[in-house]
Design a protein around this ligand. Structure first.
Ligand SMILES: Cc1cc2nc3c(=O)[nH]c(=O)nc-3n(C[C@H](O)[C@H](O)[C@H](O)COP(=O)(O)OP(=O)(O)OC[C@H]3O[C@@H](n4cnc5c(N)ncnc54)[C@H](O)[C@@H]3O)c2cc1C
Length: 377
């Protein structure tokens, strides 16, 4: 048993809210393509943005195992809504790893309670998988830094109040990267167009522009030149969260199929009686379960400060997201023509699954990390 009694209880509460309140709105969220504020308020009211954040910083003070379970349950109902949870975790984590006490009190508290949303700005037109090639610059001035640059694909941009921006403070490739806190409304900080996406359509993705943005010295997060190292540690902690999101999407599709095959009749009987249908269902069940266990293992290792977690975080993210893609594609197949129609949720789940193989490091990058770790032993 990987979860404590408390984590199990939190998972059950999240599952009930997901099924009763969030799932019924999922199709509408996808069709409208706007931030589902009603769902976000619900997540905030239940403390879901800060499950594993210490109580002194506005969180619930539970563990990573509980946190990933909540993300899985919400993603099973509505992947777009679950992106608010994973992005908030991505924004909070650098503060917990490297923030000063003042920064944690000022920024983590409103993020963990869900009073405001946060975003993490890494990606640029010329820097995706290769983070160390970013061009956004931060130049030292009296009492602070002046930032100039262009970020793309930033989740919740425009909706968020707090931004962690990755910028270059020197020409050194990795040691020249630093993190800065930029608040919405800062002069010179603006947002570009909203992307028209394949999936997670209820999650906003936008460009960021930084034109002579001044931030005071106290908005440097971690030491100057420590940004890359912090970032890699952030990803080790947040990749299992994306794994949980992927597991949730797969679970949603699998559970929908379980009911469908009992109702749908062909050749005079429910299709659940055909061996090929059973075989597909068995594969789906195995993969969902294996994804969950891998995500929970990585979560447990994080809770125990196990140094070997790097490979497991990447395995959890990579395996669960490949699973989400396979299982949702199988789900569409099992529903036949209905699977291809928007009145049924599995086509949305298949579109939503794809991004989990791409963001927070593509699955090719995860395989590179895993190989590096296992060959180093
Ligand atoms: C909906 C959405 C939300 C996002 N949210 C955020 C966000 O909030 N903040 C943020 O900073 N970014 C965000 N991103 C960006 C995301 O993290 C990047 O898109 C992702 O890391 C891949 O970078 P890229 O798109 O530049 O692809 P590229 O790096 O150009 O990769 C293209 C292809 O080449 C492969 N490739 C690259 N390098 C290697 C290599 N060394 N070996 C093998 N294959 C390789 C990749 O795996 C991929 O298949 C988001 C993206 C999307 C689409």
């Amino acid at each position: 048993m990987l979860m404590t009694e408390q984590s199990q209880m939190i998972k059950e509460i999240a599952g009930k809210i997901a099924r009763e309140k969030i799932a019924p709105r999922a199709q509408e969220v996808d069709e409208k393509g706007e931030t589902p504020w009603e769902n976000i308020r619900l997540l905030a009211e239940n403390g879901f943005f800060g499950i594993d954040v210490p109580e002194e910083y506005g969180g619930v003070g539970s563990d990573t195992a509980a946190h990933v379970s909540v993300v899985e349950e919400i993603a099973a109902a509505c992947a777009s809504t679950s992106v608010a949870l994973s992005t908030q975790a991505l924004t909070i984590t650098p503060f917990l790893l490297a923030g000063t006490e003042e920064q944690k009190k000022k920024y983590v508290v409103p993020l963990a309670t869900g009073d405001v949303l946060g975003s993490f700005g890494i990606t640029e037109p010329g820097a995706g998988s290769d983070v160390s090639s970013i061009q956004t610059r931060a130049v030292k001035e009296d009492n602070g830094y002046r930032l100039n640059g262009h970020k793309i694909f930033i989740t919740n941009a425009g909706d968020s109040e707090i931004y962690v921006i990755v910028a270059r403070t020197s020409e050194e490739r990795t040691n020249g990267i630093s993190l800065f806190i930029v608040e919405k409304g800062t002069s010179g900080f603006s947002f570009g167009k909203k992307e028209n996406k394949m999936g997670i359509r209820g999650s906003v993705t936008r460009e960021l522009f930084l034109e002579d943005v001044f931030v005071p010295q106290e908005n440097l997060l971690g030491g100057e030149g420590e940004g890359f190292k912090i970032l890699m540690n952030v990803f080790n902690i947040t990749r299992p969260v994306v794994g949980a999101q992927a597991t949730g999407i797969a679970k949603g599709a699998y559970e929908y199929c379980l009911e469908y095959v009992k109702e749908r009749k062909q050749f005079g009987k429910p299709i659940q009686h055909f061996q090929m249908v059973q075989s597909t269902l068995a594969d789906m069940a195995m993969k969902v379960e294996a994804s969950r266990l891998l995500v929970q293992k990585a979560a447990m290792m994080l809770d125990q400060n196990d140094e070997d977690v790097i490979a497991y975080s990447s395995m959890a993210k990579c395996f669960a997201s490949d699973t989400a893609m396979q299982v949702t594609t199988d789900a569409v197949q099992l529903l036949g023509g209905n699977g291809f129609i928007k009145d049924y949720p599995v086509e949305r789940m298949m579109r939503d699954a794809k991004i989990t193989q791409i963001y927070e490091g593509t699955n090719q990058i995860q395989r590179i990390i895993i190989a590096k770790q296992i060959l180093a032993d």
